[in-house]
Design a protein around this ligand. Sequence first.
Ligand SMILES: Cc1ncc(COP(=O)(O)O)c(C=O)c1O
Length: 418
Amino acid sequence: MGDSVGPHSALRSVDPQVAEAIEAEERRQQEHLELIASENHCPATIMDVTGSVLTDKYAEGYPGSRWYGGCECVDVVETLAIERAKQLFEAEHANVQPHAGSQANMAVYMAMLQPRRTILGMSLAHGGHLSHGHSRNFSGQLYEVVSYGVERDSGIIDYDEVRKLAEQHNPALIIAGASAYSRVIDFEAFRDIADEVSAYLLADIAHIAGLVAAGVHPSPVPHADFVTATTHKTLRGARGAFILCRKEYADRIDSAVMPGIQGGPMMHAIAAKAVTFKLAMQPEFRHYQEQIVANARAMADEFISRAFPVVSGGTDTHMFLLDLTDAGLSGEQALNFLACANVTVNKNAIPNDPRRPAEASGIRIGTPAITTRGMKEDEARTIAQWIVEVLGASDPAQAAPSVKARVLDLCARFPIEH
Ligand SMILES: Cc1ncc(COP(=O)(O)O)c(C=O)c1O
């Protein structure tokens, strides 16, 4: 086993257990349909850069101003990442060091807010993210939190409620952005509300960064004081995050990231972010983002036509929430049945969900990863039909194997190209 040849032969001889787990994961990805909205399959170039010698380098500080010697090469890389992020999103300042989306949000809070100040964000139960004020997250423990949600009937953000809560609670910061919301976010409306109560506006575009970069979703940059985003979701690149802001806040944001909440930047990840931004500037990236949305719309319409409701009645983005109440299944059950058909999703609360979060009444479905494999509307509709075939069956466990055989065939026709 240890001296075999193959893509991970060197690792196999050092650590066969990890090598086997990686190879198994490669097979799993090839043989499963990845519908988790926050996941994607990044290009081989991004993998190469992430595995480069830059992983060895310590570079506390920023380009041209480091605490360590030998930073001339990584300065080139970080400067490229910063300049490309600014160009791609038409922003005045970029910090590309946050290790992840949660750290990007933490840096903005730390830069601008004293502990116990009030933040107003979307509740997790209605589609927000943990780092927008959940009680078990640092954001909910350090700050006073007020949460808004979506309208009961339409599933659309209740902008009147946002305004009312802002007037009542006078937040120092309003967060616009979500993990499980399928409609265009009206950043201009959030700006108006923030101005009315003199609050800062943070747009968290972790999910929709690729759509925004390609002009497929309106950009928050002209409206928000701060924009946080991840590079590994719709942007289809490096694992990590970045912050955009107006020039006037640049120094506060930079020092909140380092030394505020992080030490040495991960230069291999920053180099991969630079490549991510370059790839996102290519014309084909726009086509890819348009196809992601076309695929999500085709799937959502197919579900609706087969009496599987979609929260808010459709999607403008890369994802949507399937409401399983009428199907009589929990999200947890659906996830497990679909896993037997080699279809990967995550369970997700729907707005005003009567079930506990660990069960949930919905699943979240996203199309970035299947679109990366080259699938288009026909395949998207077919996948939706297969999901209905499993979840709508009187015995879903019995329906899954036949769907799995077709999923394997589809995956073989659309391999992940690394
Ligand atoms: C809206 C939003 N913000 C922040 C994050 C956090 O990103 P990370 O998982 O990289 O910390 C996520 C992750 O899914 C997200 O959906």
